[in-house]
Design a protein around this ligand. Structure first.
Ligand SMILES: Cc1ncc(COP(=O)(O)O)c(C=O)c1O
Length: 430
């Protein structure tokens, strides 16, 4: 099909004709053409530079095209790009597994590889279900929070709230028991509801995003409440799955949000920032106790899961490099500095009439833009704000009328100021 538009290059035409973009109503969709990206800046084909204040869907801790990560990817690609991971092993995967196991809380010691956040969740759910099954005590129920988001594959969708994104698939999901996200006002009810579900003895797992529900709208809740829910679940023999796909690797101020609680989860899901934003990879780490349920003379007790690119060596090399960068003092200082800047910015906007429910944790800052209707994902103001921020050279993707900042840790003080100033201009304009 020939197009009349002549201002587009060949590849832009190909994009328009052949590519289907994610979470996008393709009718009328506009896509910015990216030339390159370095640090916090995305450079467009037309020469504009955009500050990536959402870490490209939350995946980028150290900035785009980080030279150290690029170097390690290059080295690894020349030596071993990929090899089957069943029946074979290699140093990058083993080294990454050891690094993570040393760093993770509790007895989270068995590292299982997959490709993205949703598959990390699928593997976690299956791990817990099969662990009970292997023990000869199959359990069926999964418990999740209201409003949760754990990914786009069918198991992950089942555990996620279905009203916003997933109504078309409701019939195809499995049943979930839901408890409200705890707060000071509802905690007693939340705890009692959880207790009554657990008492049936059929709960295989409780899955949660520790302390911040990301896609649900950056909803922050207390470690004190989560600690009690985790303890209760364990008391009744349910495994606890911490979905740290978004909260992992420093996002909440500690390396893992699970470190804010005393009791460790049985399974943790990691992805997003794992490879430093360079490559798709995910990890599901199981505790020693879970692993033991699979370790057997019986073949049928093996974990029945595995993807073609499991343990991809280049992804592992990128992850090891990214973790080395994360451990460095200057990265840890940057995380704290962003948090201090967010606090000072909060003071600047907290009394603005359009700002409600201002909240913050680690490097995340969010608030609800006051609208006449209830906060929702389809709020009209969303598209206006998105375009306005871009016109100011800043990438922010409000979740409906919820505006949030989730920057790469390498963002400079000045770049972050530019992000704040775009928000302040919007507050004045709309
Ligand atoms: C908490 C959480 N879990 C799982 C996922 C799914 O990750 P992916 O998009 O890599 O499949 C996401 C994605 O935003 C997430 O935020």
């Amino acid at each position: 099909m020939e197009r009349e538009r002549t201002d587009l290059s060949d590849w832009e035409m190909w994009d328009e004709q052949y590519v289907w973009h994610p979470y996008t109503q393709m009718k009328g969709a506009k896509h910015l053409s990216v030339e390159s990206a370095k640090g916090s800046q995305i450079k467009l084909k037309d020469g504009r530079e955009i500050i990536d204040a959402v870490s490209s869907w939350w995946v980028n801790p150290h900035g785009h095209s980080h030279p150290y990560i690029a170097e390690k990817i290059h080295e690894q690609a020349q030596n071993l790009a990929h090899v089957i991971f069943a029946g074979f092993r290699h140093e990058p995967a083993a080294r990454l597994a050891k690094t993570l196991a040393d760093w993770l809380p509790g007895s989270l010691n068995r590292v299982f590889f997959s490709d993205n956040g949703s598959t990390a969740v699928e593997a976690a759910l299956k791990m817990c279900i099969q662990a009970h099954y292997n023990e000869g005590k199959p359990k069926k129920t999964i418990v999740a929070f209201e409003g949760a988001y754990h990914g786009d594959t069918l198991g992950a969708i089942s555990t996620s709230a279905q009203d916003t994104f997933f109504t078309a698939f409701k019939e195809y999901t499995f049943e979930i028991q839901r408890i409200p996200l705890p707060n000071a006002g509802n905690f007693k009810d939340c705890f009692e509801k959880f207790h009554s579900v657990l008492k049936d003895g059929d709960v295989a797992a409780f899955i949660y995003e520790p302390l911040v529900q990301g896609a649900a709208g950056m909803e922050i809740y207390s470690p004190f409440h989560l600690e009690q829910l985790i303890q209760l679940a364990k008391q009744w023999g349910a495994y606890c799955i911490a979905d740290e796909v978004m909260t992992g690797f420093g996002r909440t101020g500690k390396t893992f949000a699970s470190e804010y609680m005393e009791t460790s989860p049985d399974v943790i899901c990691l992805s997003k920032c794992l490879t430093g934003g360079a490559l798709p990879m995910a990890i599901t780490v199981g505790s020693d106790e879970i692993y033991e349920k699979f370790f057997s003379d019986e073949k049928q007790k093996m974990f029945f899961h595995g993807h073609s690119f499991t343990g991809n060596p280049i992804g592992c090399a990128a992850s090891i490099a990214s973790l080395e960068l994360l451990k460095k003092q200057d990265c840890q200082d940057a995380i704290q500095r962003i948090n201090r800047q967010h606090k000072a910015f909060s003071d600047r906007i907290k009394s603005h009439p359009k700002v409600t429910r201002l909240r913050m944790m680690g490097t995340i800052l969010a608030f609800d833009w006051k609208i006449d209707e209830k906060t929702n994902y389809y709020a009209e103001i969303r598209d206006e704000l998105y375009e306005f921020f871009l016109s100011k050279g800043v990438l922010l993707r409000p979740l409906g009328n919820i505006v949030y900042i989730l920057p790469p840790y390498c963002i400079s003080k000045e770049e972050l100021e530019e992000v704040y100033s775009a928000i302040e201009s919007a507050l004045e304009k709309f």
